[in-house]
Design a protein around this ligand. Structure first.
Ligand code: HDE
Length: 714
């Protein structure tokens, strides 16, 4: 007998929580494949209605199951084949739909249709990811984050497949399998998951000094973002914009989050991985569901072709960035993510990005990493998505019309009538190519590059300088960022068993900064390396152009966003708490766009000082300070809070992780119980003394602290 509940009128597959947003063309196009009438009767794949899905067809009460049970066989067979290979890198990710709109026309530089008109919206799908870990790994590991955007433009799909760091580990795609084999878990035991702190990774990097610049980013707090909504994105390579006349302009792409760039601190990230391994995925989903749509500004660094050799590095070298002090980032549009997918597998997992998905007006350069990627992404989708028809999957389908002579293959969805070759006369010569040269609207024309040279296997000498920009990055960091980078190296190399690898890596760091190398050496117990030859800070690429000594645009200190929108604040409560204060702080934070949650020893309500019942959002035992950005300890809970180990740990952890804290009146007792005494004078802590009323000035100060995000100097 089945205990199945009665079918409901509203099926669960429909998104329940999402606010209605304006429907765009991609959303409307997906209607054609959305399961219709999911609350109708259950059927087989063949549409035959099923009377019982709980019992197999068997002989008598206790007899064998019959092969004849086609419903059982279909159900098991489909289940047996549910899994597809995960992405070989970037396996763990989360996606969202939205739109992009330019602020201005970029017609002066590119004929890309979606960049021609201010305010004209193009639907997008974005997938964020980690790199090393498998699909089920934790979100908050130290790692690079993928930031891949598919623009469904009127002239075909354009994919900007970037990362949250502007450089990469290697210069040539031929090294990618080596690099990935080294960073992935060790082959004998598949340890560690979602981490680069192991021998093979550092062995490779120590022998491959071109990775040094990227390692500086990886050891910095950029590798432990607070959320996908608060990290930058970069196209990494130098690409090329092409205008209607065929003129090219070099371009670097940047995404800047409107909320500012915020990171976790290392210990916090580690604890978060245990408390909520889905921390980033959940954050993205919940923000969109709540209508707090993540927004990023698209910026471009434009470099005229004649300036190709005007830099102290090679523009084709993906281990180099173009300092914003040399070429400012010009904001050209914004992207808003306003719709969660309805089915993770169908949409996010089956999304297939490809660097070679370009549209008229955007082209490649000879960056050897990019050239290899242009092969690899299509190739990997063939195995991952099971054949050549993955572009027909709903999430990948362009909004532009598709007319091809490709035929057949696994999972072909299109019923093509007529001929499939060119030239043909029987099909009326269709589909025809457009021809017509540069001016033909919407036709892809390859940038006409003059190339002449011998086929050689040799890295360009202009790629030789591996340390100048690593040193630039180091010099551009605030003190606390340098401390975190040092600690990052010490942690990772401290996990390396092979002493020679440790020593060699520290030897590389001398070229970045002798002080950094010496401190890391001391912490991991290897001899301090000899000083390097003079710092070649600005020389390279065969020319004498100087770069900046520091680049303030690289420091997180300068990338904080304005306001406190979407920050999460915990308010601790216990019997006797000042209920009015709790309500007031929640209201204030709400007005500023932040979310506050009241936490107590148990769920339900707590009895406040004024006799009122204060609703509790979560019991303390089910949550942790690492899941919040700031903490408020109101007046009046001093009788029980300081004796509650969960509350004491919550407070101590928030302080340790440099989070903004407001302590009001007798709330100070919790600070004492946590071993911090009276916390006056601690950076990032606002204290309202016992007997005083927190006025607007106090709450303004606390809001400023929350805006500052973290106080790592504490
Ligand atoms: Fe990727 N990369 N990559 N990569 N990459 C993949 O494609 C590859 C590189 C990036 O959310 C794979 O569909 C090579 C740089 C992102 O689906 C694969 C090289 C940057 C994603 C692949 C690189 C990236 C991928 C694995 C060196 C930043 C996830 C599954 C030549 C600019 C996209 C897949 C998503 C995924 C190859 C280097 C970003 C195997 C060969 C540099 C964001 O094709």
């Amino acid at each position: 007998m089945s205990n199945a509940p009665e079918p409901r009128s509203a099926p669960r597959s429909a998104p329940q929580t999402e606010p209605q947003t304006q429907r765009d063309a991609k959303d409307a196009a997906l209607d054609a494949v959305r399961a219709t009438d999911p609350d109708g009767p259950l059927t087989t794949d063949q549409g035959v209605r099923v009377d019982d899905t709980d019992n197999s067809l068997a002989v008598g009460d206790r007899g064998p199951t019959l092969l004849e049970d086609f419903q059982l066989r279909e159900k098991l067979t489909h289940f047996d084949h549910e899994r597809i290979p995960e992405r070989v890198v970037h396996a763990r990710g989360a996606g969202a739909y939205g739109f992009f709109e330019p602020y201005e026309s970029l017609a002066e530089f590119t004929c890309a249709d979606f960049l021609q008109q201010a305010g004209r919206r193009t639907p997008v799908f974005v997938r964020f990811s980690t790199v090393q870990g498998p699909r089920g790994s934790a979100d908050t590991v130290r790692d690079v984050r993928g930031f891949a955007t598919k623009f469904y433009t009127r002239h075909g799909n354009y994919d900007l497949v970037g990362n949250n760091m502007p450089v990469f580990f290697i210069q040539d795609a031929v090294k990618f399998p080596d690099f990935v084999h080294a960073v992935k878990p060790e082959p004998q035991n598949e340890i560690p998951t979602g981490a680069s702190a192991h021998d093979t990774f550092w062995d490779f990097c120590s022998l491959q000094p071109e990775s040094t610049h990227m390692l500086m980013w990886l050891m910095s707090d950029r590798a432990i973002p607070r959320s996908f909504r608060m990290m930058q994105g970069f196209g990494v390579h130098t690409f090329r914009l092409v205008d209607r006349t065929g003129r090219g302009t070099f371009v670097k792409f940047h995404w800047k989050p409107v909320l500012g760039v915020c990171s976790q601190v290392w210990d916090e990230a580690q604890l978060t991985a245990g408390r909520d391994p889905d921390f980033h995925r959940r954050d993205l989903w919940e923000a969109i569901a709540a209508g707090d749509f993540p927004e990023y500004e698209l910026g471009v660094q434009l470099i005229p072709e004649e300036d190709e050799f005007a830099f102290p590095f090679d523009l084709l070298d993906p281990t180099k960035l173009v300092p914003e002090e040399l070429v400012p980032v010009r904001p050209v549009g914004r992207m808003v993510l306003d719709r969660n997918p309805q089915n993770f597998f169908a949409e996010t997992e089956q999304a297939a990005f490809h660097t070679a998905n370009v549209v008229p007006g955007i082209d490649f350069t000879n960056d050897p990493l990019l050239q290899g990627r242009n092969f690899s992404y299509l190739d990997t989708q063939l195995i991952r998505l099971g054949g050549p028809n993955f572009a027909q999957l709903p999430v990948n389908r362009p909004l532009a019309e598709v007319r091809v002579n490709h035929r057949d293959g696994y999972g072909q969805q299109v019923v093509h009538p007529g001929t499939s070759y060119a030239p043909n006369s029987l099909g009326g010569g269709c589909p025809a190519t457009m021809g017509g040269g540069q001016l033909a609207e919407g036709v892809f024309q390859h940038y006409q590059q003059r190339i002449d040279g011998a086929a050689i296997r040799r890295r360009s000498p202009s790629f030789d300088d591996h340390y100048s920009q690593a040193a630039l990055f180091w010099r551009s960091m605030a003190d606390w960022e340098q401390r975190h980078i040092t600690a990052g190296f010490a942690f990772e190399l401290g996990k390396v068993e092979d002493q020679e690898v440790r020593r060699r890596m520290v030897g590389n760091l001398v070229h970045v900064d002798p002080g950094l190398a010496a401190e890391v050496a001391r912490r991991i117990g290897v001899p301090e390396p000899e000083a390097a030859p003079a710092d070649r800070a600005t020389a390279s690429a065969g020319n004498d152009v100087a770069g900046p000594r520091v680049s303030p645009a690289l420091s997180l200190e300068n990338l904080r966003g304005p306001g406190i929108r979407t920050r999460k604040v915990a308010v601790l409560a216990a019997p006797g708490v000042d209920g009015g204060q709790v309500r007031a702080v929640r209201e204030r934070l709400g007005q500023a766009g932040a979310g506050a949650e009241t936490l107590a020893a148990h769920g339900g309500h707590v009895l406040a000082q004024d006799g009122g019942h204060l609703p509790v959002d979560r019991p303390l035992s089910t949550t942790a300070s690492v899941l919040y950005d700031a903490l408020v300890v109101p007046d009046g809970s001093d009788r029980t809070l300081p004796a509650d180990p969960d509350a004491v740990a919550f407070f101590a952890e928030a302080l340790r992780h440099g989070k903004p804290v407001a302590v009001l009146g007798s709330g100070v007792e919790l600070s004492r119980a946590a071993g911090f005494g009276a916390p006056d004078g601690l950076a990032g802590v606002a204290v309202c003394a016992d007997g005083q009323r927190p006025g607007p000035a106090f709450w303004d100060e606390f809001t400023r602290l929350v805006e500052h995000h973290r106080f790592p100097s504490r």
